[in-house]
Ligand binder design. Sequence first.
Ligand code: GLY
Length: 399
Amino acid sequence: MKIKFLTAVFALILLAGCTQKPKEEQLPEMIDRALNVSVQHALKMAEKLAVQDSVLPRSFANGELVLSDSRWWCSGFFPGVLWYTYEYSNDAKLLEYAKLFTARVEREKYTTDNHDVGFMLYCSFGNGLRLTGDTLYPEVLLTGAKSLSTRYKPQVGLIKSWDSNPDKWQYPVIIDNMMNLELMIWATKTSSDSTFSEIAFSHADKTIENHYRPDNSCWHVVSYDTITGVPHVKQTHQGFSDESAWSRGQAWGLYGYVMMYRETGSASYFEQAQKVAQFLMNHPNMPADGIPYWDFNAPGIPNEPRDASAAAIMASALIELSGFTQGDESKQILAFAEKQLRTLSSPQYLANPGENGDFILMHSTGSKPHNSEVDVALTYADYYFVEALLRLKKLQGIK
Ligand code: GLY
């Protein structure tokens, strides 16, 4: 009888042990683990590409490393990853590589045929200037801002994104373009020429007016009539449909308005960021782990590819927004970003060193409608992931 009783008690203890949830990794440990993995990937990638002239990493798809030259819109992200991982580790080799790969993007300061100058230069030279104060970098950034300004027409009040498809779009502006405004704000702060920031304010104001829908989602492409300055068409390019919510576009918009609020203190940018954040966090198609499908209205959900890049951009923006908000709202926003970073730092998304073509994250989606870069590693996912980890580390005051 006694033996039976003891066996039952023992079995119960064993069962309780098995059903107990594994202890969640503490946040500081998780951040350091993910950043250390990122450092290893960045070093390996830099080491293998340093010996090839002019190349920059773009993606890793179907077991193949895809490279680009500086013309590709993503050219500034890997230099940015190197700056961020150097900032974290203080590794002299990373500093050397960051300078080398940043220099590869310099000629883009003359780019006037698309809007991506901000991405290319601010992630590379912008971070380099912030961390080293290199006296040669401001000229590159300022020349880039001047080049970007050439794409602004006062009668429309926005920076034109693309020159392509003139039959379809007179003056296309994509939501991604919000990301280029930080360079313009920097240019005014440096040069005291207000033209740059006036362009940025006008662009951001008109984007609130014309890109956003009543539910706080946004269109991808809004094309303006060049004579009247009003939109003549609202469409998608990389989303599922014209009326759908393309995930990375929503994340660009969120990040853009958080950044604009930081730089200006304007209530309208703050409110826009808050509204977009709520749209995203509460969307019924947002998966429980916080990594969006490539489009919130993709028809095959839940059997659709995820987009880790959208999650990383969103997490980085939310962490900053949590610092601007108060009370429960701030806690909700930070908790959501932490959840996203925990998922991205899990083996499901974070690649082991030596794998994934030396990119940090797996499972991003470039452009599903074009069947391009679907479920692959992408350089911008890595950039915003490392940025988000560093922002979280700073916010938490973790040494
Ligand atoms: N700016 C292009 C993209 O987000 O795919």
